[in-house]
Design a protein around this ligand. Sequence first.
Ligand code: 4AD
Length: 455
Amino acid sequence: KLEESKSIVLEEPKGDYQKIKIRQGIETRDKPVKVQGWVHRLRSQKGLMFIVLRDGTGFLQCVLTGKNVQTFDALTLTLESTVEIKGTIKALPEGKSAPDNHELVADWWRCVGKAPGGEDAFTNKVSEGADPSILADSRHLVLRGETASAVLKVRAAVLSAFREEYASMNMLEVTPPCMVQTQVEGGSTLFAFDYYGQKAYLTQSSQLYLETCLPSLGDVFCVQESFRAEKSHTRRHLSEYTHLEAELGFLDFDELLAHLEQLICGTIDRVLANEASAALLQQLNPSFQKPTRPFRRMDYRDAIAWLKEHDVKTDEGKDHEVGDDIAEAAERKMTDELNVPIFLIKFPREIKAFYMKRCPGDERFTESVDVLMPGVGEIVGGSMRMSDSKELFDAYKHEGMDPSPYYWYTDQRKYGTCEHGGYGLGVERFLAWMTNRWTVRECSLYPRWTGRCTP
Ligand code: 4AD
């Protein structure tokens, strides 16, 4: 029987051990170092103890021997406990494998915080195949897994790459408000709340604010949370998602499409150019291929014809007709079948938002675009905007919207108008496509969906 009080106590070595993060391992090989982290994996054999240590920057195999494996803590160590280890990182001989092809040979170690074993053990909390709602409740623990953390690391790389790509295009980042009193994408998905006695909403899109920035800041973008009270329980809808939006002035529809191609391809090139993020992407989606340009352009009316020809029905089981919204299932079927990125363009006015510019020569359709990606479907929605006040007033009326709260939006047409357009990209959807995840829920730190606001 183990007794803590009678066990061996290790004496901490004095010497000068450099405190490092695991990522610095290669550059600090053969020097005395101190690492701190969580026990990711644990194995004992023939008087040796192998710990794979995790600190968020990487994984490091550590080997403990001699007295180091005879202490009470060594004999009772559990996964996810925190430890501190002093020793030297040595390259591994040929034929042996470990992260970064090296291991830390420990001089000394101590347990900082022991995680529970037995029934309460980490592995019992997040076991694969557990009930999805239990896993959702345990998101804070699931995040420690190799897959979940890899997705979040790619997410960080993708966000940096987007920002770098925008900087290379001379576009400025702005931070629009989350609390608003106007709608952008229809009243049915608004989250309303009481704002000092007035009605306010969580933003659905920062588009209207971005448009107001053009005259002073030029082309702009933002990375802002958007909120949608979605009733749909699908694998690509969240109630809160990260919305990458941009607005560009003095351009036409073709230029908007070319810009979108550049943004998507330029961002992917940047992610792939970074060795660490390219390796994570390879781990998550080994068959990822960056899209080739130009993206396929497909007119909405041709998509309807395609769906009819291929006998893909509406959600109500009918043939698709011009004027129908293309529902998620049909859109996904078409995108998967064609298996290339698609610019689906020129949607009918009736199924799109009030602000979209009409196609010159055919007022029934709009200069709008959805970018569709295989496996996910729509990842971007964008359009040219109405640049004429009168047309905009007619649109408010047509939608039954009171124009007064939109005075600041309308003013853009009054004080020096210009042709302009923009788009919103769902960051989680972009990631689900890139990393080949089943649902956007895997691409958000703490996803929110219908009924789920914890942890
Ligand atoms: O097509 P949406 O609704 O367009 C707009 O909001 C425009 N005002 C954007 C703009 O032009 N600035 O949304 C844009 C994108 C979608 O293509 C999708 O990728 C994502 O936002 N999105 C969602 N992502 C996750 N969960 C939801 N509930 C989403 N709703 C939209």
